[in-house]
Design a protein around this ligand. Structure first.
Ligand SMILES: Cc1cc2nc3c(=O)[nH]c(=O)nc-3n(C[C@H](O)[C@H](O)[C@H](O)COP(=O)(O)O)c2cc1C
Length: 159
C-alpha cells in the first residue's frame, strides 16, 4: 500500500502538522510540499516529485486556510494533478480560527468531488498563527492519520 502527503505551508505550521501525519502513517509516506516559483508555475521541493497520483492508494492533502478557503496552491493542485479520480483522500488543514473549519472543509470536499475523488476524512488544527500548535494538537493530527490508515486497511479501500 502506497501513500503520499501533499501540502502547502507558508510559515511552517502546516508543515509541522504534515510531519505529524507522516509519523501517524509510520514514516513511510512520500511527502510533497507545494510552492510557486516567481512566474507562478507549480513546483516542489521533493526530488521524487510526480504530479501523477496513479501509484498511490491513500492520499493526504493539507494546507492552510486563506480567507476561509483552501489555499490557492492546494486548490490548484487538486484541479491540475493527474489521476485523482476515485482516489481516497484525507484532508488536514490548519487555520487561525476554529470557525473556519466548516468553510474550508466544504471548499475542500467540493474541489475533490469535482475531480471525482473520494473524501475519506478531514482534520482541522486551530493554530492561532502558530501560537496554539501544541504537542497535544500535533498528537491529534498523528492519531488522525493512524485512524485513517486503520480504517482504510479495515475496509480494504472501499471507503
Ligand atoms: C492572508 C491570510 C488569510 C488567512 N485567512 C484565514 C482564515 O480565513 N481563517 C483562518 O482560520 N485562518 C486564516 N489565516 C491563518 C492561517 O491559515 C494560519 O495561520 C495557518 O496555520 C498558517 O499555516 P502555515 O504556517 O502552514 O503557513 C490566514 C492567514 C493569512 C496570512
Amino acid at each position: 500500500m502506497k501513500s503520499i502527503i501533499v501540502y502547502c505551508s507558508k510559515t511552517g505550521t502546516t508543515e509541522r502538522v504534515a510531519q505529524a501525519v507522516q509519523r501517524g502513517l509510520g514514516g513511510s509516506a512520500d511527502m510533497l510540499r507545494l510552492d510557486l516559483n516567481p512566474i507562478g508555475l507549480q513546483q516542489t521541493y521533493c526530488p521524487a516529485f510526480t504530479i501523477d497520483l496513479e501509484v498511490y492508494d491513500l492520499i493526504f492533502l493539507g494546507g492552510w486556510t486563506m480567507v476561509m478557503r483552501v489555499h490557492p496552491f492546494m486548490a490548484c493542485y487538486i484541479r491540475e494533478c493527474e489521476n485523482l479520480e476515485n482516489k481516497i483522500v484525507a484532508g488536514f488543514f490548519t487555520g487561525a480560527a476554529p470557525f473556519s473549519r466548516s468553510h474550508v472543509r466544504a471548499d475542500f470536499e467540493a474541489l475533490l468531488e469535482r475531480r471525482g475523488a473520494r473524501p475519506f476524512n478531514f482534520h482541522y488544527t486551530t493554530t492561532l498563527f502558530g501560537l496554539a500548535l501544541t504537542k497535544a494538537r500535533l498528537r491529534r493530527a498523528e492519531d488522525f492519520a493512524r485512524a485513517v490508515l486503520k480504517a482504510y486497511q479495515q475496509t480494504g479501500g472501499a471507503g
